[in-house]
Design a protein around this ligand. Structure first.
Ligand SMILES: Cc1cc2nc3c(=O)[nH]c(=O)nc-3n(C[C@H](O)[C@H](O)[C@H](O)COP(=O)(O)OP(=O)(O)OC[C@H]3O[C@@H](n4cnc5c(N)ncnc54)[C@H](O)[C@@H]3O)c2cc1C
Ligand code: FES
Length: 268
């Protein structure tokens, strides 16, 4: 479905951890049109005249509402954080290509920081459409404060394996440690799996390497700075292999943000 503008209304806006907020929008049209891994482009209330829209993944869409989970990092998100329940927000979407919603074998979801947002929407869809799917979420952060939305994954019945750098929750170290344990287990038992990830670049690359190394499908949601969000400005370039195998400059906003792990050409 092509992108359209919806004038949404804030029905809830709450803290979701230190520096994080969840924004729940009444958005009947968008809620029915969005797929996991797609994003929306938000005109921040109060910054309308002077500022560009800001891109956000979809944390959940359905039942007439769209939820975002965001981190306050700068001018736009700081202004968004002051928006009140009842305010209207102009939202453009659905944008980009998201994750495949079906999966052969176990869906292994790997997230860090606000990257957990599209993985939650994906897990919700998978659980809803196939109760036998049993996704496993691997979630990492520096401390337990960085581990978001655990209650929401618990409500979906999704198994969660945690890792923190300081050991304040889950195993001490990187999220790739429990992931590697799961990969070893799956491979030793001949169980198929697919990898789905969103988070900091280092994590994306580590997960992509594991997908390529194991020969299993991997789906990587690239986080690139965006300006127009609709393919016009070339601000969000990522080098990828095209269908003919030759490199080309993909625009993350229209060709992504989700790419097959095999196709991504990493800078270093
Ligand atoms: C497809 C996509 C999905 C996204 N989904 C989410 C989400 O679900 N939740 C969320 O909190 N954020 C998400 N982001 C990032 C979000 O768009 C930025 O954090 C936001 O635009 C920053 O706006 P600002 O005006 O507050 O910050 P600015 O003042 O513009 O920047 C403040 C700081 O944030 C950095 N920054 C800005 N944009 C990005 C970016 N895309 N990635 C990493 N760092 C950035 C800047 O370099 C700077 O250091 C997503 C970005 C993309 C491209
Ligand atoms: S943000 Fe303009 S082309 Fe992608």
């Amino acid at each position: 479905m092509g992108a359209f503008l919806e004038n949404t209304r804030i029905v809830r806006h709450a803290d979701a951890g230190p520096g994080y907020r969840t924004l729940v929008l009444e958005a009947p049209r968008l809620s029915a049109a969005l797929s996991p891994g797609q994003f929306v482009h938000v005109r921040v209330p109060g910054l309308e005249a002077s500022a560009l829209r800001r891109p956000f993944s979809v944390f959940f869409a359905g039942e007439g509402r769209v939820e975002l989970l965001y981190k306050v990092v700068g001018r736009g998100t700081a202004a968004l954080a002051t928006a009140a329940e009842g305010d209207t927000v102009d939202v453009l979407g659905p944008l980009g290509h998201g994750f495949p919603e079906t999966c052969r074998g176990t869906p292994l979801l790997v997230g860090g920081g606000y990257g957990v947002a599209p993985l939650h929407f994906l897990a919700a869809r998978m659980v809803q459409s196939s109760p036998a799917a049993h996704p496993i979420l691997f979630l990492g952060g520096r401390t337990r404060d960085d581990l978001l939305a655990l209650d929401r994954f618990a409500a979906l019945g999704v198994e969660v394996r945690l890792a923190t750098n300081d050991g304040s929750a889950g195993s001490k170290g990187f999220v790739t440690d429990p992931l590697d344990d799961a990969l070893i287990e799956h491979r030793s038992k001949g169980m198929p799996f697919e990898l789905f990830t969103c988070g900091p670049d280092g994590l994306l690359k580590a997960v992509a390497q594991r997908a390529v190394g194991t020969g299993m499908p991997g789906w990587i949601s690239m986080d690139r700075h965006m300006v127009c969000g609709v393919g016009a400005c070339f601000a969000c370039i990522q080098r990828v292999k095209g269908p003919d195998g030759r490199p080309f400059n993909a625009r993350c906003c229209v060709n992504g943000p989700v790419f097959a792990a095999n196709d991504i050409i990493w800078d270093s």
